[in-house]
Ligand binder design. Structure first.
Ligand SMILES: Cc1cc2nc3c(=O)[nH]c(=O)nc-3n(C[C@H](O)[C@H](O)[C@H](O)COP(=O)(O)O)c2cc1C
Length: 483
């Protein structure tokens, strides 16, 4: 990877300039937070390569209070975000990310005293969360969500590990928000520790800022690895942070809006319903901890970075497939699986529910081993459903090719292993209401071995697909027929 491919923007504003330069930013004025922004976002999310859109002059709000949507819905914008070439397709981008991650060493953040986030600081009576144009994102949402392209900063009370995790944030009133974290997520482990001791859980919610930090916040990075350190490594320099006045948590100086406060174990309020990444309102509404906001920081003319989930394949499915696929491959390799040739966490399953793995078969049982590990290592474990393992002649990122291989090389009676009681979530639409009520938040997984059976793979019928040489010759001779 050449040194010229560095993350060359400092904050969201530089990033917007770069995106404008490549012609992928549109500005919309006069939209309503009640309906228009959510409607436009639903439409944009369904179209790969659609532009980033910055809403300004939003109904009821002063000009300059903006909402940015669809930020990461193109390869070009992801390339800018990660400091990679802007002309890669999703597969090449995913591979380039993998190469870059392998080279990067974590760099911890650097504490400073000042920065743009301190342009406006509101404490106590000055706090009014309704000052920001948080949209209603979907038709049946239970309220306004300020935190979607955001992340929550928490600290482990035992060892000081700081975690950044994207967990949705709903505005309750001028001074309170609600947030939802699925069991097993790192921020949830932190929160549970405070609550078990009947202590308030400090948190800082970053509502807009560097898209790379957001991307890190919504990616399953390893336990006890701080996302600041990881993203600092990808940038090649430390993030600059200030110490939050209320919680002491590290806050990025270039963020747009930060809410700082405490969640209490005994202060709950109805959160949701909220349209979720599965394409359903899976978790409905329930009692979740309310966060009392004690300080609000924001830049002049702040921008909410927003990424509400929509029915997949949406924006988050797109950019998560690109990052989660190489990370899953790496975890499989670390677990000792040889010859994993390619992995794709399919967009149609929100990058979780359908995972495809291509291997070069080396020994009997290799395929099932690969499938089980893919379904249970950290990146692949949460709310998965189907893992399909194929031979390396199949392009796993091509859904039709994957399904063709599955339909022709697997035998339902003998090729499918089922894992029971695996890690799932209240969001899972296939867990019954009764089980959800009782906290039985697990699901099953199908590991489908769609490789040619190892013991007679050399006798498997030859594929009826033209060879690359023949395809090339055909294009030269008859390609004009397709024009
Ligand atoms: C746009 C978006 C919204 C998300 N919202 C939530 C959420 O509300 N609750 C949750 O538990 N996970 C949510 N996730 C998934 C987590 O961000 C993701 O699993 C991340 O790895 C969590 O951080 P952690 O690994 O440090 O726990 C969301 C992901 C994205 C991309």
């Amino acid at each position: 990877m050449s040194d010229e491919w560095k993350v060359s923007y400092r904050d969201l504003r530089d990033w917007l300039e770069m995106v404008q330069e490549v012609g992928e930013l549109k500005i919309v004025k006069g939209a309503t937070w009640q309906e228009d922004i959510g409607m436009a976002t639903e439409m944009l999310h369904q179209v790969e390569g659609s532009p980033a859109v910055l809403f300004d002059e939003i109904s009821d709000y002063p000009a300059g209070y903006r909402v940015l949507v669809n930020a990461l819905r193109s390869e070009k914008r992801l390339g800018i975000t990660a400091g990679l070439p802007k002309d890669l397709n999703k597969l090449d981008l995913s591979m380039a990310l993998s190469k870059k991650f392998k080279k990067c060493k974590p760099i911890p953040p650097q504490y400073v005293d000042n920065g743009p986030i301190l342009e406006n600081v509101h404490l106590d009576d000055e706090i009014n969360l309704l000052e920001f144009p948080s949209p209603i994102w979907h038709e049946h949402d239970g309220g306004r969500y300020i935190g979607t392209g955001s992340y929550d900063i928490t600290r482990d009370p035992d060892n000081g590990w700081v975690n950044l995790g994207t967990y949705r944030v709903m505005v309750h009133d001028e001074k309170h928000v609600g947030f939802y974290i699925s069991p097993g997520k790192h921020g949830r482990m932190h929160r549970d520790k405070y609550f078990a001791r009947k202590e308030p859980c400090p948190l800082a919610i970053v509502v807009g800022g560097d898209p790379l930090l957001f991307w890190a916040g919504c990616t399953e990075l390893p336990y006890e690895l701080c996302e600041y350190d990881w993203a600092g490594g990808v940038r090649g320099e430390p993030y600059k942070v200030i110490k939050g006045q209320i919680t002491g948590l590290p806050i990025p100086v270039d963020a747009e809006i930060v809410l700082e406060g405490f969640a209490y174990y005994d202060d709950l309020k109805t959160e949701g319903p909220f349209g979720e990444w599965t394409g359903y309102y899976g978790s409905g509404f329930h009692q979740e901890p309310r966060v009392e906001i004690k300080a609000v920081y924001h830049r002049n003319n702040p921008i909410i970075l927003a990424c509400p989930p929509n029915c997949p394949p949406d924006e988050q499915a797109f950019f998560r497939a690109i990052i989660r696929s190489p990370l899953l491959k790496e975890q499989m390799e670390t677990a000792g699986i040889p010859d994993v040739k390619a992995v794709w966490c399919h967009e149609v399953g929100g990058s979780r529910l359908l995972t495809a793995v291509a291997i070069k078969q080396r020994y009997p049982g290799h395929a099932m081993q690969a499938g089980h590990v893919a379904s249970q290592c950290h990146i692949g474990a949460y709310c998965g459903r189907y893992v399909v393992v194929v031979d390396d002649d199949v392009d796993v990122s091509n859904l039709e090719e994957l399904m063709w291989a599955m339909c022709t090389r697997s035998d339902p009676a003998t090729s499918i292993d089922i894992i029971h009681r695996a890690w799932s979530t209240p969001l899972d639409p296939r867990i019954s209401p009764e089980d959800k009520d009782k906290g039985r938040l697990w699901n099953s997984r199908a590991i489908i071995d769609a490789t040619k059976p190892y013991d007679w793979k050399d006798d498997f019928p030859v594929v009826n697909i033209p060879s690359p040489e023949r395809k090339k010759k055909t294009m030269e001779k008859f390609g004009y027929l397709l024009k």
